[in-house]
Design a protein around this ligand. Structure first.
Ligand code: TLP
Length: 340
């Protein structure tokens, strides 16, 4: 089976499992798990943030951050395709009592000008704009990398208006590997940053939230409120620490495979995609609806052991990861030729 559904399907390697089995543990609700403490310190240092907190999922990382930044009735500016708007079950409304204000970005990228126009003026009718939330890389836009100069402009605008900057950095390491820009140089513009270990980095569980002491103290409280306080979770944190230490560079291969897949798909009649926008490990492509729709294509591919997800009537997402070998890409392309 060739699994291109997501980089969340990655399984821990033998070496990672061995480290996990030997992890020192303690009760993390009491702050006594040495492996979790080591992971938090390592990440805070790597990202140049004051402190960090390990949480069970990327969704919890985003939602605890948004709760920590806001009051009920506030508004968060985000992009229309963003994960917080599309894939977190409406959590900002449920958990924080806030609303999202989505704007359409060009390939997922917002400009400072667009955001300036969306900031609410002080008026009793309006919600209060409190946060600008960006996603890097941008999942639904196809793993697109946010240009750092655009982030800098948006952050300057946010400062002018007293807004918090939040980064959903689930795949920030993919952005860093693709551009050569150090993680610290992306995150310096943000008050809060998340990173997922359970995607391309290949760990089984967990994400991290980073920011200053005051912010992380609030996130800690929301993690508890949302049921995310864990006990001897050093066992899983050991996988995360192994992943961030050992699995960053190998992401390069996932990017190479995504480009090869995209180039192969580009040759097939009935498929269209924008090769220039395949920048990391995600390939989004459209199927000609006169040939078949995305769900039918994914079904036919699945019968031939290639798994992918439709994300719209005509649109499919394929994601490369450490579960996908170089040969798998050749086989997947051959299977597309077969089906189409
Ligand atoms: N993304 C998953 C699905 O939820 C769509 C995937 O298969 O890509 N931020 C971003 C940018 C994400 O892509 C995801 C997961 C999350 C946050 C949430 O992470 P988890 O699944 O750990 O809650």
């Amino acid at each position: 089976m060739i699994d291109l559904r997501s980089d969340t399907v990655t399984k821990p390697s033998k070496a990672m499992r061995e480290i996990m089995a030997q992890a020192e543990v303690g009760d993390d609700v009491h702050g006594e798990d040495p492996t979790i403490n080591a992971l938090q310190e390592y990440c805070a240092e790597l990202y140049g943030k004051e402190t960090a907190l390990y949480v069970p999922s990327g969704t919890m990382a985003n939602q605890t951050s948004l709760s920590a930044h806001t009051q009920p009735g506030d508004e968060i500016i985000c992009e229309y395709g963003s994960h917080i708007f599309n894939y977190e079950g409406g959590a900002p409304g449920v958990l924080s009592g806030v609303q999202l204000h989505p704007l359409y970005g060009d390939h997922g990228i917002l400009t400072a000008e667009q955001i300036r126009e969306a900031i609410r003026t002080a008026n009793v009718h309006h919600p209060v704009t409190r946060v600008v939330a960006l996603e890097n890389t941008h999942n639904r836009a196809g793993g697109v990398v946010y240009p750092v100069e655009v982030i800098a402009e948006i952050s300057e605008l946010a400062r002018e208006h007293g807004l918090k900057m939040h980064l959903d950095g689930a795949r920030l390491m993919n952005a860093s590997v693709a551009t050569g820009i150090a993680p610290i140089d992306y995150v310096r513009y943000f008050d809060s940053v998340t990173l997922c270990f359970s995607k391309g980095l290949g760990a089984p569980v967990g994400s991290i939230v980073m920011g200053d002491e005051e912010f992380i103290t609030k996130v800690h409280r929301y993690r508890k409120i949302f049921g995310g306080g864990m006990r001897q979770a050093g066992i899983i944190a050991a996988g995360a620490l192994f992943a961030i230490r050992n699995n960053v560079d190998r992401i390069r291969n996932d990017h190479k495979n995504a480009r090869r897949l995209a180039a192969g798909l580009n040759e097939i009649d009935g498929i269209s995609l924008e090769l220039d926008w395949v920048q990391t490990n995600i390939v989004i492509f459209d199927v000609d609806l006169e040939v078949m729709n995305a769900a039918a294509l994914c079904d036919a591919m699945k019968q031939r052991e290639v798994y992918m997800n439709p994300i719209a009537e005509q649109r499919v997402r394929a994601v490369t990861s450490l579960m996908v070998s170089d040969e798998d890409i050749d086989r997947a392309i051959a299977t597309f030729h077969d089906v189409l």
